[in-house]
Every structure is written in C-alpha cells, then in structure tokens.
Design a protein around this ligand. Structure first.
Ligand SMILES: *[C@@H]1O[C@H](CO)[C@@H](O)[C@H](O)[C@H]1NC(C)=O
Ligand SMILES: *[C@@H]1O[C@H](CO)[C@@H](O)[C@H](O)[C@H]1NC(C)=O
Ligand SMILES: *[C@@H]1O[C@H](CO)[C@@H](O)[C@H](O)[C@H]1NC(C)=O
Ligand SMILES: *[C@@H]1O[C@H](CO)[C@@H](O)[C@H](O)[C@H]1NC(C)=O
Ligand SMILES: *[C@@H]1O[C@H](CO)[C@@H](O)[C@H](O)[C@H]1NC(C)=O
Ligand SMILES: *[C@@H]1O[C@H](CO)[C@@H](O)[C@H](O)[C@H]1NC(C)=O
Length: 375
C-alpha cells in the first residue's frame, strides 16, 4: 500500500495538461481535488456526549417511525437491532444471518430484513437516510469458539457459554470495512449504512454530486466527500478485500507496522489496522508477546513512508492515545485494533469508491508521542 497523492482522474487531467502545455512546469493539484466535482454532504452531530471518546459515539435514528439511539461502531459492518424494533417480517423470506464481534465473542443471531430505511438526524434539522438490510436479532449469545465456516450463522449448542439477555438492546450500527475475512462473510459493503446513503434532508442524493464515504470527527459523522471537507487529510490506498470482485467497495483494512521498545520494526510485524469506535482497549498481535512496560511504537502504514506514527506503553505512563489496556488479539495474522482513544488526536476518513483511508491530525503538534507526517 502506498500513500495516494493523486487520484486517477487528476492523473488523467495532468497527462492531458502536460500534452497541452509541454513547455510549462508540471502542475500538482492538492489531493483533495479528487472530490472537486462533488458538493452534496451532510454533517450529523453525535447524539452522545463525546467527552474525549470515553463512550462509544451514537446517532439519533428513526426506525419504523420510532426515535431511538444507535451506537456507531467502526469495528464491525452491518446494522442490527432487536427484531421487535423492525417492521414485522416473514422469517421464511428473509436471509438467515449473524454479526459476530471478535472482541467480545458475542454472536448476534437473526435474519437480514432487506431495504430498511433508517433516518439519522442531528442538530439544526439535518437529516440523512440509509437503505440497507438490517439484522433483526432473535438471540444474542456468547460464543467464544464461533467459526462461520464451521457453524454458519448459529452458535452450536455445545459452544454457547451464555445467552445475553438484553430486552431493550440499543441498535448497533457497524459502519466499518475490511471485516470480511472470506467470501462467505456477511460483513459486506451492501450492509454498511454509512456508505449506502440515499437521501439528505429528504432529497434523493445525486450521484454526480454525492461522493460516498464518511468522516468521523469529535463533533459529528459527515457523509459525502467534498474538496472542502477532506482538506487536511492524508490518504492511503487500500488493498482489495476477499469480496472485491463481488462488490468493488469491499476494501481490506489499512496497514500498520509495530516495533517494541527500541527494536526496529520487525519484518512480519506489519499487519492490519482497525480504528474501532466500539472499544476502549487495544487488541494486539505483532510477531511476539508483549510484556508489562513495553514501549510499543506504531507506524501507519509502514516505517518507510509513515502517515502517522505513535507510541504507547503497556501499562506504563499513559498519553491521550493510550488504550484502557492492551489485550492479546485472537487474530491469526498480525493485527492492531487501536481502540477509540486513537480518535483523540485524529479525524478519520473512509472513501469506499477509490479505496482510501485518511487521517487528519487534530493535536497541537507538541505531543511527544505522536507524529503526523503530512504529504
Ligand atoms: C467550500 O468552502 C468555502 C469557504 O467556506 C465556500 O465558500 C464554498 O462554497 C465551499 N464549497 C463547496 C463546494 O461547498
Ligand atoms: C475456521 O474453520 C476453518 C475450517 O476448519 C479453518 O480453516 C479456519 O482456520 C477456522 N478459523 C479460525 C479463525 O479459527
Ligand atoms: C461440539 O460438538 C461437535 C459435534 O458433536 C464436536 O465436533 C465439537 O468438538 C464440540 N465442540 C465443543 C466446543 O465441545
Ligand atoms: C419527505 O418527502 C416525502 C415524499 O416527497 C414526503 O412524503 C415526506 O413528508 C417528506 N418528509 C419530511 C420529513 O419532510
Ligand atoms: C531505549 O533507548 C534509550 C536511549 O538509548 C534508553 O534510555 C532506554 O532505556 C531504552 N528503552 C528500552 C525499553 O530499552
Ligand atoms: C498473551 O498471551 C500470552 C500467552 O500466549 C501470555 O503469556 C500473555 O500474558 C498474554 N498477554 C496478555 C496481555 O494477556
């Protein structure tokens, strides 16, 4: 993965300009010019008090005519809620499904109800609407050994370690990407509400003016990428995920390199990065076991051309980006879930069309533990 400075469209423009004016010095537009022709966007303020990312962000929603609050999780893909919150449906007609949270080991079992329209509303009357299948949850169970390939969509009886009883469970909306680790996964882009927005303020979006994608800031979730709202972001190219042939929005997670103490970044320690609004802790798998007081250094996407680099300690002195704690990841490959404290210093951006992930620094620049390497 390399840092993307120029989109294909701008590259074509440059080539055309070069042909037109060979005698002039080359002109390099700013990266945000990728979005120059797009103007439709909406900023939906969080419906949760966002004090230093101590709690997971949430948005006010209307579903089936009722006002509720939905948790917004970048660590999973797909919206779910108790089946009683959704219009009644015939389970025979709906696709059997699940969402599994690898951090908590909770398996949500249910059926995907197609074409559910959800309205989100923020301060000053801003409204947007998504249209996706929504998982109508029938049962939530703790299922530590869950393996989709072996078990399909239901936790086997002998693997269930408890039913999670949550009668008035808050709707939980996974808006992340790169969570589909195989082609049978249900964590696919068609189920991601924030890349399937259909209207803004009750006007159907115009695909020539609306560029799908979202930005997460301290204040709001912003949908629709424009030159204006992408200013200050440095973009990284994403690699194709396992479902990319089926849906060209199915990108893999960004990359990260990890180094312990004063060691150099080990080969083999480069893995997948997840900035997860759903958890405060970090999950780490990086080539070797980590020990108490280890200084752990991250370079995103890698040490030779980093966009972001930062350091935390495992249990030692804390900084704003330190997770509440660091846990062993159960991932089979190198992997870092930063936990949501990462968002105290960076806004993040996801562009599902060209496959880009972006960071924008919001610190003072005087922090010793973090560096933003602007293009
Ligand atoms: C971008 O921001 C400028 C200044 O705030 C504003 O004048 C302009 O209309 C905005 N452009 C778009 C496309 O929203
Ligand atoms: C799930 O099971 C399949 C088939 O046995 C196996 O190949 C795969 O590694 C398992 N996945 C995990 C995460 O254990
Ligand atoms: C559950 O039962 C299946 C089939 O009888 C067996 O293969 C599997 O190992 C059991 N799993 C556990 C966690 O006991
Ligand atoms: C949105 O538009 C539809 C169709 O034009 C209309 O029936 C509905 O009342 C409008 N809703 C709001 C909140 O303006
Ligand atoms: C890292 O290097 C510095 C300077 O050489 C040294 O003071 C420090 O103790 C080292 N830290 C570790 C964890 O080895
Ligand atoms: C991670 O797992 C190893 C054993 O595989 C264990 O020694 C270590 O204490 C664990 N670390 C944490 C933070 O749980």
């Amino acid at each position: 993965m390399s840092r993307k400075l120029l989109g294909l469209r701008t590259l074509v423009t440059i080539i055309m300009m070069a042909k037109l004016s060979l005698s002039h010095a080359p002109f390099f537009p700013h990266p945000e010019d990728n979005f120059a022709e797009f103007s439709e966007t909406a900023e939906v303020g969080w419906g949760s008090p966002n004090v230093g990312w101590r709690i997971a962000p949430a948005l006010h929603i209307i579903v089936n005519g009722i006002h509720r609050l939905a948790t917004i999780d970048t660590g999973s893909t797909g919206a779910l809620m108790d089946k009683s919150f959704l219009p009644s449906f015939d389970p025979e007609e709906a696709e059997e499904g699940h969402v599994f949270y690898s951090s908590s080991k909770i398996l949500e079992e249910g059926h995907w109800i197609p074409d559910i329209e959800i309205e989100y509303f923020g301060p000053r009357g801003v409204r947007i609407m998504s249209k996706t299948p929504v998982l109508a949850v029938e049962r939530a169970v703790s299922c530590p050994q869950f393996n989709q390939t072996l078990h399909g969509h239901r936790c086997p009886k002998n693997a269930t370690t408890g039913v999670i009883k949550r009668a008035v469970q808050q709707p939980y909306f996974g808006i992340g990407f790169g969570r589909d680790r195989d082609t049978s996964s249900q964590a696919t882009p068609d189920r991601n509400p924030m890349i399937n927005i259909v209207s803004i303020n009750n006007v159907t979006i115009d695909r020539t003016k609306y560029h799908p994608g979202y930005i997460i800031t301290d204040r709001a979730l912003i949908v629709g990428l424009t030159s204006n709202n992408t200013q200050g972001f440095v973009m990284m190219d994403l690699e194709k995920g396992p479902n990319w042939e089926k849906d060209h929005r199915a990108w893999g997670g960004p990359k990260v390199s990890v180094a312990f103490n004063n060691e150099t970044y080990a080969r083999g320690s480069q893995g997948s990065l997840l900035v997860d609004t759903g958890v405060t802790q970090m999950y780490l798998k990086a080539g070797r076991q980590f020990q108490p007081d280890d200084a752990i250094k991250f370079a995103i996407p890698d040490e030779s051309n980093p966009v972001v680099s930062y350091t935390i300690t495992n249990g030692g002195p804390r900084n704003a980006m330190s997770p509440s704690k660091i846990l062993n990841s159960t991932s089979l490959t190198p992997y870092v879930n930063t936990g949501r404290n990462f968002l105290t210093k960076f806004d993040i951006l996801y562009n599902p069309i060209e496959g880009q992930y972006g960071f924008r620094f919001k610190g003072t620049g005087e922090e010793q533990f973090v560096k933003f390497h602007k293009a």
